[in-house]
Design a binder for this molecule. Structure first.
Ligand code: A3P
Length: 269
């Protein structure tokens, strides 16, 4: 960069696109959109609006391609991207490490049973002829662990792959449940982890009882109260309680393993 460019950039006058220094890597249906929308309220955060899918689908296009999909930032602003498929993509950990070994990794996790129903509900909304959850979850009366909505909930298995490339200290695990019940607490943790001033606080949120979720008074793009879109916070179908219990029993050892690795008990039972 020329001295004039560097000067303007330091003065905060020259915007530029930067590769992300932090990624929301997952998990699908964990609350990743909510986290991205909440953290990007922060004036020192700029985020790619839609999922770029660089580390899974577009890696061969190269880092310059990726950088061009990032928003403009001023000196001192950090760039964030979220694509929840990264968490389960085999190649993603070493690719992210190759981009920048100090990349900060955010993972929103949620009770894998609820997550599986959320995942199913999303798929069923696109495919009306979809069979009931109870049918798809089992194969010959045992749990079908190859079915995406169930497989993805074995968080420990995917995390172990990432830990071959990144130390645990570079991860922040956000509770998807707490992000709904008390978004400000989770956002405080996220801002501290990213080295940001605590700007996003309880003052930014209100609970919309019609939607049943926290919503924002204002955000980067909108200065009026609004909630996330209709595809976030869907009604889930009723699931046979016997099936739910079987799923809980199935996930228990994997959840415990995940608590053990992360050192956090997320309290799913
Ligand atoms: P449901 O639609 O099944 O309730 P993702 O953005 O990763 O796809 O996650 C979607 C989930 O985010 C939603 O799943 C919802 O439970 C959760 N969520 C968390 N905070 C939310 C909020 N403030 N508004 C809407 N959904 C939120």
């Amino acid at each position: 960069a020329s001295p004039k460019y560097r000067f303007l950039r330091q003065q905060g006058l020259q915007p530029a696109r930067q590769l992300p220094s932090a990624l929301i890597i997952g998990v699908k249906k964990g609350g990743t959109r909510a986290l991205l929308e909440f953290i990007r309220i922060h004036p020192d955060v700029r985020a790619a609006g839609s999922e770029v899918h660089f580390f899974d689908k577009h890696y061969s296009k190269g880092f310059e391609w990726y950088r061009h999909h990032m928003p403009l930032t001023l000196e001192g602003q950090i760039t964030i991207e979220k694509s929840p498929s990264y968490f389960i993509t085999k190649e993603a950990p070493h690719r992210v490490q190759h981009m920048n070994p100090s990349t900060k990794l955010l993972v929103v996790v949620r009770d894998p049973v609820t997550r599986s129903i959320s995942d199913y509900t999303q798929a069923a909304s696109k495919k009306p002829e979809m069979k009931p959850f109870e049918q798809l979850a089992f194969i010959n009366s045992s749990i079908d662990t190859s079915w995406g909505p169930i497989k993805l909930g074995i968080y420990a298995r995917y995390l172990i792959r990432w830990l071959k490339y990144f130390p645990l200290s570079q991860f922040l695990f956000v509770s998807g449940e707490r992000l709904i019940v008390d978004p400000a607490i989770e956002l405080k943790r996220v801002q501290d982890f990213l080295g940001l001033k605590r700007v996003v606080t309880e003052k930014h949120f209100y609970f919309n009882s019609t939607k049943g979720f926290p919503c924002l008074f204002k955000s980067e793009g909108r200065s009026f109260p609004h909630c996330l879109g209709k595809t976030k916070g869907r009604n889930h179908p009723f699931i046979n309680p016997v099936v739910l219990q079987k799923l809980r029993d199935f996930y228990r050892p994997f959840n415990n393993r995940f608590y053990q690795i992360t050192g956090i008990n997320f309290g799913w039972s």
